[in-house]
Write a protein that binds this ligand. Structure first.
Ligand code: ADP
Ligand code: MG
Length: 280
């Protein structure tokens, strides 16, 4: 996959003609998320509604503290300690509000992936990056590998190395996909051996390993310098073009939105002020 800079003005959402008849991938109506604290209730998200279509890059922009992260966490049952309500919270035809923790974990592994601002919070420091990605691939289970405990033990202890396994090869492929040079070597490295930009790419590879339909990226490039940021955003757009994955991109940076998103919603103080085509 190329990491060439692309023109900043994209020719509109390339998939708009194919989604006209389809319901949105994600539909959120009147989402409320309230934290109960010692100093009273904090309405972090206060009646937010939006929809994300298949293959769309949907931006949520807003100043720090406006409720962007809590909105994302609420979708996936990850807003710990909060009360979440909504008139509708649907992924495809599935009602996310009625799912129990196990069902939500399945959805997080297979349908919706999250990328956070700080890669170290999601990467395991004592596992090679290749193993971490291979684990997600195996969990997703579409590489023709047996999922049984026996097969797992055999891979670990009889073959002595997991390098010949299909899931490892898929991990190397994914590292290549997100633009990591020498992916076969890099797969054997630990997170601390990689630069910030490389770690963020590993997170994206890990997010892709479950073959998701939606990637939620919460300020994925905020900690990086602008050159690396541009490269990584371009990788995300390439992934959308190549795999048709939808992306919910959370940022406080309007320039990022302008260059990447088909539509954008603006959040302020827990509310969504407007949703519009990025050009508008
Ligand atoms: P953003 O991602 O837009 O910067 P957040 O979604 O993280 O903002 O936070 C929205 C609001 O919710 C903020 O006022 C924040 O203080 C509050 N908040 C977030 N997490 C918690 C929590 N665990 N307990 C109490 N309040 C929280
Ligand atoms: Mg945030």
């Amino acid at each position: 996959m190329s990491s060439q800079p692309r023109p900043t003005q994209r020719a509109g959402p390339s998939v708009s003609t194919t989604v006209t008849e389809e319901p949105p991938l994600l539909a959120v109506d009147n989402l409320h998320t309230t934290f109960t604290t010692e100093r009273g209730d904090v309405p972090a998200v206060d009646g937010v509604s939006f929809a994300i279509n298949e293959g769309e890059v949907f931006g949520i922009v807003g100043e720090s503290g406006s409720g962007k992260s809590v909105t994302a966490l609420s979708l996936l049952g990850l807003a710990d300690g909060a009360t979440v309500t909504a008139d509708r919270l649907c992924f495809r035809d599935e009602d996310l509000l009625t799912k129990d923790e196990a069902a939500l974990r399945e959805i997080r592994g297979n349908d919706i992936s999250m990328i956070f601002q700080d890669p170290m919070s999601s990467l395991n420091p004592v596992m090679t990056v290749g193993e971490q990605i291979a684990e997600v691939v195996r969990h997703h289970g579409d590489v023709g590998e047996s999922q049984s405990l026996f097969a797992e033990l055999r891979r670990k202890y009889v073959t002595g190395t997991s390098e010949s396994s299909a899931s490892w090869q898929r991990a190397v492929e994914l590292l290549d996909t997100v633009g990591i040079p020498d992916p076969a070597d890099r797969a054997n490295e630990y997170p601390h051996q990689l630069s910030g930009g490389m770690k963020q790419r590993v997170m994206i590879a890990q997010a892709l390993a479950g073959d998701p339909d939606l990637i939620i990226a919460d300020e994925p490039t905020t900690a990086l310098d602008v050159t690396i940021e541009a490269q990584i955003l371009n990788e995300l757009l390439d992934l959308r073009d190549e795999f048709g994955v939808s992306i919910m991109l959370i940022t406080h940076d309007l320039a990022v939105v302008r260059e990447t998103c088909d539509r954008v919603a603006v959040m302020y103080a827990g509310e969504m002020m407007e949703t519009a085509d990025t050009r508008t």
